[in-house]
Ligand binder design. Structure first.
Ligand SMILES: [Zn+2]
Length: 342
């Protein structure tokens, strides 16, 4: 089967955005603040929003199951306080849970966390536990910069984040390191902030020894790892100067990359440079780049085509990228599939 490890609910019915806009208005004007119960989205509306979008494209392009989380750019952890983030995360996670119940063969959830700048990450634990234990979610998206482009939190290797890591290890779930909207005009959200964050997360891990404290902790760095594979020699050299072990021993037991790279030469480089055991198939469809590439006639985010055409991959390699690695990095996904005889 083909598992896409990176999909967001970017096509939620418009009531969700309308509710969020009222919530944001309510930060300044408490009288405008909506109740959670005022958001009403029926199962038919959810079904329509998926069948005509993600599920249609999955069937057309030939993927089977998407690991599905709330829309990343809408997390916007910089807006409001913890209570605002907490209510918003609860709503967005519940919608992904409902989608996973409506389409159990095609979607399984990953949680957004109710992060808020300057707030102790341990406040995220109740929502995290609910999503894993009650909703059957198989991972989390962890935002290394809840300030939205100002980087006011300590690096991911700081003890600040350890309560999240302790819970991840206990529940045996990975985190995709995923920022949200940039509110810094210098950084375009999907063209700069996302890729900067991918690169930054990797470099933070390189300079520290986080995985000595958490040998089984797993991070999935999306968008093909940002600049990491392209500059692999630089990172190897920096690790050497810092007297760190070889990257395969220092980081690659714990850090994985997805395939959300939207052209063939990028995938060729990724699959040539990064060991195949560390690459997980993903498209981030329907997401950041929605157009058709005039050079190929196919959608930029139709990433399966690039994996199929990558010259160095064997059939066994493709199995790992499409399925085997996802089952290993997301053990709860593997267990859920086995429970269904898959
Ligand atoms: Zn994403």
């Amino acid at each position: 089967m083909i598992i896409d490890v990176h999909g967001h609910y970017t096509t939620a019915p418009k009531q969700l955005e309308e509710w969020r806009n009222r919530q944001i208005a309510g930060i300044k004007d408490p009288a405008a603040k909506p109740k959670t119960s005022e958001l009403k989205i029926s199962d038919d509306e959810l079904r329509d929003s998926i069948e005509s979008n993600q599920l249609r494209l999955m069937k057309e392009r030939g993927s089977d199951l998407t690991i599905f989380s709330p829309r990343a750019s809408f997390m916007a952890h910089h807006i409001g306080d913890f209570e605002v983030s907490s209510t918003w995360a609860g709503i967005c996670n519940e919608l992904c849970y409902r989608v996973s119940k409506l389409f159990p063969d095609h979607f399984i959830g990953v949680a957004m966390l109710p992060q808020s700048p300057g707030v102790d990450p341990k406040t995220c634990i109740p929502e995290l536990e609910k999503c894993v234990k009650e909703y059957g979610f198989v991972g989390i998206n962890l935002n290394p910069d809840p300030s939205g482009g100002h980087w006011t939190s300590p690096p991911l290797t700081d003890r600040h984040w350890y309560p999240i890591y302790e819970k991840m290890v206990e529940l045996d779930i990975p985190a995709m390191i995923h920022v949200s909207t940039s509110c810094n005009a210098c950084f375009h959200t999907t063209g700069a902030h996302y890729l900067n964050a991918d690169t930054t997360a990797f470099m933070q891990c390189l300079t520290a020894d986080l995985f000595k404290d958490f040998p089984t902790l797993r991070f999935l760095i999306p968008h093909g790892g940002g600049a990491v594979p392209y500059h692999w020699g630089r990172f190897r050299g920096l690790a050497q100067e810092l007297k760190k072990p070889l990257l395969k021993d220092h980081l690659l037991k714990n850090i994985f990359f997805d395939t959300c790279v939207y052209h063939q030469p990028g995938i060729n480089l990724l699959t040539d440079v990064i060991p195949v055991d560390n690459i997980l198939f993903a498209s981030e469809m329907i997401g950041a780049v929605r157009g058709i590439d005039p050079e190929t006639g196919f959608n930029y985010d139709d990433t399966k085509r690039y994996i199929e055409a990558a010259p160095t991959l064997s059939a066994k390699d493709r199995y790992k990228i499409y399925e085997g690695n996802a089952r290993r990095v997301f053990p709860r996904l593997d267990a859920a599939l086995k429970a269904r005889g898959k």
